[in-house]
Design a protein around this ligand. Structure first.
Ligand SMILES: Cc1cc2nc3c(=O)[nH]c(=O)nc-3n(C[C@H](O)[C@H](O)[C@H](O)COP(=O)(O)OP(=O)(O)OC[C@H]3O[C@@H](n4cnc5c(N)ncnc54)[C@H](O)[C@@H]3O)c2cc1C
Length: 456
């Protein structure tokens, strides 16, 4: 470690790594150091479901623009690396069993298409239906973008026979799928290191600022690095690191859990897409269970209506029977503590929620295969848009508030921050993610009535 660097990046999660990658590999910037107290990618970035999509709502087309660009870069990296991080294009399949929501489902499907996510193709089992091209299990090339909307239950059963017979509409977003986040992150980190980026294990404890400019960074090992440029990529701790800079970062953190479990009955075929239940529901309990749950204040809520959003996907290759399962049935905003608190009831509740869509999951109610539970934090702004750009201290920058979409957006967000730092041309979506947006009265007005945060 030297005593002076051009750029110090605080945080070796996917955001910090993508930033260092773009600066070093694509802009040729020298003397960059990544500082993290933990091993790379080990706090939030390895807890994710590793899914991606360009299918995002407005207002405006900034999210679609950022995701399209990020996926372009992921595809380039997949191409040059022989797809070392197993990028697939299985898609996201949004499902409902409520005939009354179909008009709203159709309208919601139209929006991302109009914002640049690709065309919407509608299937009603009529002679003029377009040709549906199913997703392959592997690979990401030469496939449709946009989305396929199925409004005939018979067609849904034809293509997805394992789903509940109650499903009446299905939307298959196509520039979407998943990948190994660890392998993408390590690939970018290896490339960055090959271009001179250093990595040091330490905590950033202080930033020396003089005349409104970053001068040096203090580390937990007692060393001081002089630098004109500091990047706050501290994930759930961006607010804390912002305080060190004297800047309030307007974010909060939400706890999100995830369960992995084995599906030895093969309820979900290994080639399935990400399956998302968009209906609110009450959970299926037996009469005895209902009586038992009704007795206690802290379990009675399990009998009430639960929110939409349970989702699941197969994990691993053809010889794996692992499923990942997530359901944010109870939003918990809290300060980040490490490790995050886990809720032992989560696997069973999520499994029961998913059984509305996959009825054969009920065969696991009595004896759920040993679940593996983990989780992390979504770091969010109020409207669930990221923060990427300069801070009001000269030489200080931020990349964060990546919420539940940090893996899919990292390549694009890292490129955007590198463009800010190097003074390169900025993409059209840059202002939508700058901290400065909150100074704009027009944006403040928009925030009062923000339509949808688009998050699963
Ligand atoms: C359950 C779950 C499911 C998810 N699913 C998806 C998904 O399907 N698709 C998707 O795109 N995203 C998903 N996400 C979101 C995604 O994981 C995050 O947005 C992303 O990992 C955030 O990356 P980051 O680099 O900002 O933060 P982190 O990965 O948390 O990295 C921040 C790093 O900063 C370091 N740090 C903090 N403070 C300091 C300090 N003072 N000094 C030095 N280092 C410091 C930390 O040690 C850490 O390594 C999911 C998240 C969760 C929790």
């Amino acid at each position: 470690m030297k005593s002076s660097y051009n750029i110090v990046v605080c945080g070796a999660g996917i955001a910090g790594i993508a930033t260092a990658y773009h600066l070093a590999v694509r802009h040729g910037v020298k003397d960059i150091i990544l500082v993290d107290a933990r091993p790379p990618l080990s706090l939030t970035s390895d807890k994710s479901t590793e899914c991606y999509r360009n299918w995002w709502p407005g207002p405006g087309n900034a999210m679609v623009g950022l995701m399209n660009r990020s996926i372009d870069i992921m595809e380039q990296l997949a191409e040059e690396s022989g797809n070392i991080f197993h990028l697939n294009r299985r898609g996201y399949l949004y499902l409902t069993a409520d005939p009354e929501v179909i008009p709203a489902f159709e309208r919601a499907a139209q929006e991302p298409a109009e914002l640049g996510a690709g065309p919407l193709r509608v299937y009603r089992s009529q002679a003029d239906d377009p040709q549906y091209i199913p997703s392959p299990t592997e690979g990401y090339q030469d496939l449709p973008t946009g989305a396929d909307l199925f409004l005939d239950p018979a067609l849904i059963r034809k293509y997805f026979p394992y789903l509940s017979e109650n499903v009446v509409a299905a939307l298959h977003a196509r520039r979407a799928g998943w990948f190994s986040a660890q392998q993408l992150g390590m690939y970018m980190l290896d490339q960055a290191r090959a271009h001179g980026v250093e990595l040091v294990q330490a905590r950033v404890t202080g930033v020396d600022i003089s005349q409104g400019r970053v001068q040096s960074i203090r580390l937990s090992d007692g060393s001081t690095l002089s630098t004109p440029c500091f990047v706050n990529a501290a994930g759930p701790f961006i607010k804390e690191v912002g305080e060190v800079l004297g800047v309030d970062i307007p974010v909060f953190t939400e706890l999100h859990l995830k369960v992995a479990f084995r599906d030895p009955l093969g309820v979900v075929p290994r080639e399935a897409p990400l399956l998302i239940w968009t209906d609110a529901q009450t959970l299926p309990w037996s009469e005895d269970e209902r009586e038992f749950l009704a007795e206690e204040d802290d379990t009675r809520w399990l009998l009430e209506q639960m929110p939409a959003g349970a989702h699941t996907r197969p994990e691993g290759g053809a010889d794996s029977d692992i499923m990942l399962l997530l359901w944010e049935y109870h939003t918990q905003v809290m300060k980040p503590v490490v490790p995050p608190p886990l809720n032992e009831m989560y696997p069973e509740i999520a499994l029961r929620g998913m059984a509305a869509l996959l009825p054969r999951f009920s065969e696991y109610f009595e004896r759920m295969p040993q679940p593996m539970l983990d989780g992390g934090y979504y770091t969010k702004t109020q409207e669930n848009r990221p923060l990427v750009g300069p801070l009001p201290v000269e030489g200080a920058y931020l990349i964060g508030a990546l919420s539940g979409y940090g893996l899919m957006s990292a390549c694009g967000a890292g490129e955007l921050l590198a463009a800010h730092i190097t003074g390169s041309e900025l993409p059209p979506y840059a202002p939508a993610f700058a901290l400065e947006r909150y100074q704009d009265p027009e944006y403040q007005r928009l925030l009062e009535d923000w339509p949808s945060d688009g998050q699963l």
